[in-house]
Design a protein around this ligand. Structure first.
Ligand code: SAM
Length: 280
């Protein structure tokens, strides 16, 4: 089942959190003068038109990126992320939102590598076109979970894996844990970042318990909620679970999350948290 289209949600509060964490991890890995692999298992289309029918229909970006991209009090932790967003929006108007592959494309260096997979029959060709002239990139119509076996460890022995499934199927909550286990078995020093939505809190509690049971250490959880947990339909919060986070990430997110929460949720509902699911 591939009915999920990220174009309905691009630039929402969950993307702001996800892409902030993604950009901070990339910037940290760039501090060493050695190449690394960026592997995006669920890439999406790459670029989203915010004046398009899908984004207009939900208007989610209006309560996300639109609230921060032009403020003049933006914390330093958001600089790399917003520089990528601004690259695609040269004027005053917010017209495009770059998804995770295009944020990586902007931030990575010439000698880094980008491996992207996407299965959707409409989004895959869009993604492939975005990267047709990028020699660093390999874009495949393939199952993202499979890449955690076939693409790891990277030749460079340094890597960042973003796992961002749509959670259309309940099995995704278990598949991500199995996928991480497979990847970790082959490449235990990699940085893995898993995005999750909070729709039903029980699903996330179970997923984090399953992750704890893998025995993997150094697992950091970063979460931004716009509303309290609820049994009603709909996403109240989202988060990133990062395995082997760069040493600065915990403090960076502790510094920037209160600002993000204040600006993205002016009504003050929900919460922001950074905590270790499994420490060192
Ligand atoms: N990572 C993107 C970003 O931040 O811009 C958004 C990705 S979106 C949440 C999830 C994508 O995963 C969808 O485009 C969907 O078509 C794709 N997808 C679903 N199942 C997949 C699978 N097994 N392998 C690869 N891609 C898959």
């Amino acid at each position: 089942m591939l009915s999920y289209r990220h174009s309905f949600h691009a630039g929402n509060h969950a993307d702001v959190l996800k892409h902030t964490v993604q950009s901070l991890i990339i910037e940290s890995l760039k501090e060493k003068d050695k190449p690394f692999l960026y592997l995006d298992t669920h890439s999406g289309a790459g670029r989203y038109q915010l004046s398009g029918e899908h984004a207009e229909k939900t208007g989610e970006y209006l309560e996300g990126i639109a609230r921060i991209w032009q403020r003049d009090d933006v914390p330093a932790e958001l600089e790399a992320y917003l520089s990528a967003v601004k690259h695609f929006n040269r004027g005053e108007q917010l017209r495009y939102y770059p998804g995770s592959p295009l944020i990586a494309r902007q931030l990575l260096r010439d000698f880094d590598k980008i491996h992207l997979t996407e299965l959707h029959p409409t989004d895959f060709p869009l993604l492939r076109n975005e990267f047709s002239k990028d020699e660093r990139a390999k874009v495949m119509k393939a199952d993202g979970y499979q890449q955690l076996k076939s693409q790891l460890p990277p030749l460079s022995r340094r890597g960042f894996v973003l796992i961002d499934p749509p959670y259309e199927m309940k099995t995704d909550y278990q598949d991500v844990v199995k996928g991480i286990q497979e990847g970790y078995k082959r490449f235990a020093t990699g940085v893995y970042a898993l995005w999750y939505p909070v729709v039903l809190r029980q699903q996330i509690k179970r997923m984090t318990r399953d992750l704890q049971d893998t025995g993997i250490r150094r697992i950091l959880q970063i979460e931004l909620a716009v509303r309290p947990d609820s049994d009603q339909r709909g996403m109240t919060a989202s988060g990133m679970i990062v395995i082997n986070p760069p040493w600065k990430l915990e403090q960076q997110m502790r510094d920037v999350l209160p600002w993000l929460h204040k600006v993205l949720v002016p009504e003050g509902t929900g919460h922001a948290k950074v905590e270790w699911i499994v420490p060192e």
